[in-house]
Write a protein that binds this ligand. Structure first.
Ligand code: IVH
Length: 674
């Protein structure tokens, strides 16, 4: 009795919470919990109700489909109920799902399945009569939806007439009602926010909510100005033709009619095959051009699926395998500032620890002050943070609905947190800078960079040693490291004879580093290894470069006027001239190394690298490309010849796909150079 009472109470509490959160989500557009948390609560209620059906009430959120209806749209009845999907979270859940189905089907029935991405968008139901798009509706309450026909007509991937390419071989039904998903491709959402930013308007936080808002515009010109995409995967009703016998046939038929079907959808003979694919989906999730929150597994045989019927609003023949959430909410409790070697001030969010994407996160990127303002992120806010793959976690945006009123604005500092000098921001620039060239933090960061792996690569010279040497007053700039002697080093913590000796030898050897490396190490804004190489190749030596005019520098392919000015300004500064003089006096040779290319097989081709390659390091791959006459660039554009993609690639792979730039694997590259 006491037990039943507690189940009743728990069910009541869950119903109350879930209903309140749906109201916040759908009506107020101000969710205060994440989708993942909502799912967890929902699942707990489903399980509780399954074990104790006596606690089910008609107002339980499990008893209805979500409702997106809005007062100001025409209502359209659906040709058949627009159902939802049950969720699975583990391999065991999937096998249990199959087992439940097996028990309802004749013994020994073979079950094959399709596997599709679970697109994180919103359902759309589109009706074609005699091949012409006549209506499009949202899911609504599952029985009637909102008429959004003029808006859906603006979506380019939705054919206005089928078959889209007037292929006479595809039979056109008298009436076809298709169901699919509407969403923003990641790149389109980013571009939309870029436009918002350029116009000084607030940024959109959540792609799915924005897609929903875009679809529900009263003025379809607004919808047309924001590029939505539609993927279609299901036939709700079909008149004048027999239903395709399998889900795989359905997808192929829809494709033949000119619809875009979920990319990477595939057909597998057994559930084990499907389960084997799931880890790959999870690791490749970030490379897809759209957001997914799982995969959908569908019984292929339509007759069997129909026979199985439904539980509540979920068909038994399909289920969603939900991925672990990459998003979590937590509180933004502080903002720390760092100052880089160029003086750039970067704010970082300090968070109440939260477990997300497999690790506990306590800090996250806050982008820059423009973005903080555009997203209206405040200190004390409950924020959504995202951690996908190996990307640094970042603050997606605040949950406005969770505000208490005690939150405070996050404003750029007026003075440098390390040296107290005024903070400056150049006209039109995004970032703030410490104005003091002698700021101890800047000096430290510059020397730390100077000796690091990507620069002079002095082994055994880490940030801590740099810090200790600055603290003891032994070094004040990069050149000072070359006059270090054994005695003061031996006084440093953990510095014995051997370590001191090794470090001094490494410093000595660094004097002979090729000019490209030294130039990179100087940390001139915009001069990384690639630019440094072009400069050395063009000018041949330090003296010619140091006296070059911006116009002369600009003659180098790929160097724009801003960078050229920057470089010329750097060499014109008396302070930097003094530094170069000091380095020369210390014995740094600045030798321009000219290496003859091994072949010209890649001549005229520009490569961009992203991700981790299977065998080559990034440096090795770059060296190889250059040795065969190719060029390396840092960003993908229409001029890029190839993008070399490894594991966990960044947005460059997406950009390549978008621009149609061919993608190469390491093996492809090796094959190209024989
Ligand atoms: S099938 C009876 N396939 O997920 C058919 N749904 O959580 C049920 N979704 O409301 C839907 N990608 O909006 C199906 N490949 C896919 C999907 C998909 C995303 C959405 C759909 C549905 C929700 C259920």
């Amino acid at each position: 009795m006491a037990d039943l009472f507690s189940h009743l109470e728990r069910a009541e509490a869950l119903r109350r919470q879930l209903n309140e959160h749906s109201y916040r989500y759908y009506i107020l557009n101000a969710p205060s919990i994440t989708d993942g948390e909502y799912d967890r609560l929902y699942r707990e209620l489903v399980e509780l109700e399954a074990a104790h059906p006596e606690v089910i009430t008609p107002d339980s959120p499990t008893q209805r489909t979500g409702n997106d209806l809005q007062g100001d749209f025409e209502k359209v009845p659906h040709a058949a109920p627009i159902l939802s999907l049950s969720n699975c979270f583990s391999e065991e859940d999937l096998y249990a799902w199959e087992e439940r189905n097996r028990k309802l089907l004749p013994a020994g029935t073979d079950l094959d399945y399709t596997l599709e991405p679970k697109l994180d968008g919103l359902t759309i139901v589109i009706t074609y009569e005699d091949g012409v798009l006549v209506r499009a509706a949202t899911r609504g309450n599952g029985l009637v939806g909102d008429d959004v026909t003029p808006n859906v007509r603006t979506i380019r991937s939705v054919p206005l007439r089928i078959p889209a390419d007037s292929n006479p071989d595809v039979p056109v039904p008298k009436r076809l009602v298709v169901r699919g998903e509407i969403l923003f491709l990641k790149a389109d959402f980013a571009a939309l926010n870029e436009r918002q930013r350029a116009a000084g308007l607030p940024l959109y936080v959540n792609a799915r909510n924005t897609a929903s808002g875009t679809l529900k515009q009263k003025d379809s010109r607004i919808t047309a100005s924001r590029p939505l995409t539609a993927y279609l995967y299901n036939i709700v009703a079909l008149d004048g033709l027999p239903m395709p016998p399998t889900q795989w046939d359905t997808l192929n038929y829809l494709r033949a009619l000119g619809f875009v079907i979920p990319p990477q959808a595939a057909h597998y003979p057994t559930l084990s095959h499907i389960i084997q694919q799931i880890p790959t989906w999870i690791t490749h999730r970030n490379q897809l051009p759209f957001e997914i929150d799982g995969v959908v597994i569908k019984l292929n045989d339509q007759r069997l699926a129909d026979e199985l019927g439904f539980v509540g609003k979920d068909p038994r023949g399909a289920t969603a395998y939900k991925f672990p959430s990459e998003e979590a909410k937590t509180r933004l409790v502080g903002v720390t500032l760092s100052v880089g070697r160029t003086g750039k001030i970067t704010p970082t969010a300090q968070l109440e620890p939260v477990f997300v994407g497999g690790v506990t996160v306590t800090s996250a990127s806050l982008h820059n002050y423009d973005t903080i303002a555009a997203l209206d992120i405040r200190l004390g806010d409950t924020v959504v943070i995202k951690r996908s793959g190996d990307v640094i976690p970042y603050v997606v945006g605040p949950l406005i609905g969770a505000r208490t009123g005690d939150e405070t604005a996050i404003v750029p500092p007026a003075v440098c947190p390390f040296c107290g000098a005024p903070v400056i921001r150049d006209e039109g620039a995004v970032d703030y800078f410490c104005s003091n060239l002698d700021c101890p933090e800047r000096v430290y960061r510059q020397i730390e960079f100077f000796v690091s792996k990507g620069a002079l690569d002095i082994e055994g010279f880490g940030g801590r040693t740099v810090q200790a040497l600055i603290a003891k007053g032994l070094i004040h700039d990069e050149a000072d490291i070359f006059s270090l002697t054994a005695a003061p080093l031996l006084e440093l913590e953990k510095f014995g004879e051997k370590r001191t000796d090794n470090l001094l030898k490494a410093i000595e050897a660094a004097k002979q580093r090729p000019l490209t490396r030294v130039l990179t190490a100087l940390g001139i804004d915009g001069v990384g290894e690639t630019v440094a190489e072009s400069l050395v190749a063009h000018f041949g030596g330090l003296d010619a470069l140091a006296s070059a005019t911006p116009e002369a520098i600009q003659h180098i392919d790929g160097l724009g006027p801003i960078l050229a000015n920057n470089i010329a300004d750097w060499f014109a500064s008396p302070r930097n001239q003094a530094l170069l003089g000091k380095l020369r006096a210390a014995g740094v040779t600045f030798t321009a190394e000219m290496t003859a290319p091994e072949s010209d097989k890649l001549a005229g081709q520009t490569f961009v690298l992203t991700g981790t390659l299977p065998t080559l390091s990034r440096e090795q791959a770059e060296a190889l490309i250059k040795a065969h006459g190719g060029k390396i660039s840092g960003s993908v554009s229409k001029k890029t010849s190839y993008v070399l993609v490894g594991d966990s690639p960044g947005s460059k792979a997406e950009k390549a796909a978008q621009l149609g730039v061919p993608i190469l694997s390491e093996a492809d590259l090796l094959a190209m150079i024989g």
